[in-house]
Ligand binder design. Structure first.
Ligand code: 3EB
Length: 341
């Protein structure tokens, strides 16, 4: 029998991210020690029944969970909110969450829109005193379509790269962990976590650093890290980027979602093992809490992978399932994870 010491607390840092059932949210969810930082809703419409003052983003992609979930970021310490340079933000004394929705005007190329948006974000986080951009989620419309003979994902990569490159020399050593997924509504939706102090980028030994991909994937490198570890002192967090069935730089198992899942799980295992070796923190430890987002290109594939997924992530794991397009046409699935211990 395991008896938990009554002083045991779930690991929790300056903020928490939870996927909550929209229908079960009620007044009283937010308290002095659980203040709203950001709300991310998926699937369109207003799912969040409470009125709160914090940045919110509605991402028009379908959820595949049985009940509708809302992604809620909360802080245990006081929060300041605001809007500046078209970035809505909320921050406590250690972390800032921001939301940016740059419009795409007709005729404007996505690399230009992305370049401007990322330049604004990078300038903003520096100016606010949270210069370390740790984790970014990017949703772009028609990700695999061409715009002026170049795939929109690649245009996005060009714009993002240029914004980082202008920021400082050596930028490739400290790129944020990231996810990039598709939308079918116009525009670019970005939300991000920026923090004070340093963090440790982690590579995946089974995969090439995206920054070093050969140019066949994009004329400018995808500017993200495989993962980031943040040490908050009392506890540590690991953010794993959207992880696909990619080994070295090649996509494997085109057309086979089951084999892609197996490869993704190998990639995540390798990353967790490598993280333990280089950071000294083993996030496979049972004291870790974790949440996952699973991105599926075809909703009809869900029954094929559901069992294996539940087994791999744990029956009780907190998982948000989203139906989206992904950066490479042959990728049918990606998984990202956030771990705290
Ligand atoms: C990959 O590993 C798959 O460009 O921000 C995954 C996560 C992918 C983030 C991004 C791309 C991005 O290359 C694609």
């Amino acid at each position: 029998m395991v008896i938990l010491d009554s002083s045991y607390r779930r690991p929790s840092g300056p903020f928490e991210v939870n996927f909550e059932s929209a229908s079960r949210l009620a007044d009283g969810y937010f308290t002095e020690s659980r203040q709203p930082l950001a709300l991310i809703q998926y699937g369109g419409g207003k799912q969040f029944p409470l009125s709160v003052e914090c940045p919110s983003l509605s991402i028009p992609v379908a959820q595949l969970n049985k009940e509708t979930l809302v992604e809620i970021w909360t802080s245990s310490t006081p929060v300041a909110t605001g809007e500046q340079d078209e970035i809505a933000y909320a921050a406590n004394d250690q972390a800032l969450v921001g939301v940016s929705r740059p419009a795409e005007s007709p005729g404007q190329l996505l690399d230009v829109v992305t370049h401007n948006a990322y330049s604004d974000i990078l300038r903003f986080v520096k100016q606010k005193g949270y210069p370390n951009l740790l984790r970014v989620w990017n949703y772009l419309s028609d990700i695999n379509d061409e715009q002026d003979d170049l795939e929109r994902y690649r245009r996005f990569c060009v714009g993002r790269f240029n914004a980082f490159r202008e920021l400082n020399a050596g930028f490739e050593q400290a790129l944020p962990a990231a996810t990039a997924a598709g939308l079918h509504d116009p525009g670019l939706l970005i939300y991000f976590l920026a923090v004070r102090g340093t963090s440790q980028p982690i590579e995946n030994p089974r995969q090439l650093n995206p920054y070093d991909y050969p140019p066949q994937y994009s004329p400018r490198s995808p500017s993200f890290s495989r993962a980031m570890v943040k040490d908050w002192g009392t506890h540590r967090q690991l953010f794993i980027s959207g992880t696909g069935s990619i080994v070295e730089h090649r996509s494997l198992h085109a057309g086979d979602v089951v084999a892609q899942l197996t490869e993704i799980l190998r990639n995540i295992d390798a990353l967790l093992e490598h993280t333990a070796n280089v950071s000294g923190t083993d996030f496979r430890d049972e004291c870790t809490t974790s949440t996952f987002k699973v991105y599926l290109r075809h909703a009809a594939d869900l029954p094929l992978i559901e069992k294996q997924l539940a087994h791999a992530l744990g029956e009780g794991a907190s998982v948000l399932l989203l139906n989206v397009d992904l950066c490479r046409k042959e990728l049918l699935m990606e998984i990202e994870g956030s771990y705290t211990r």
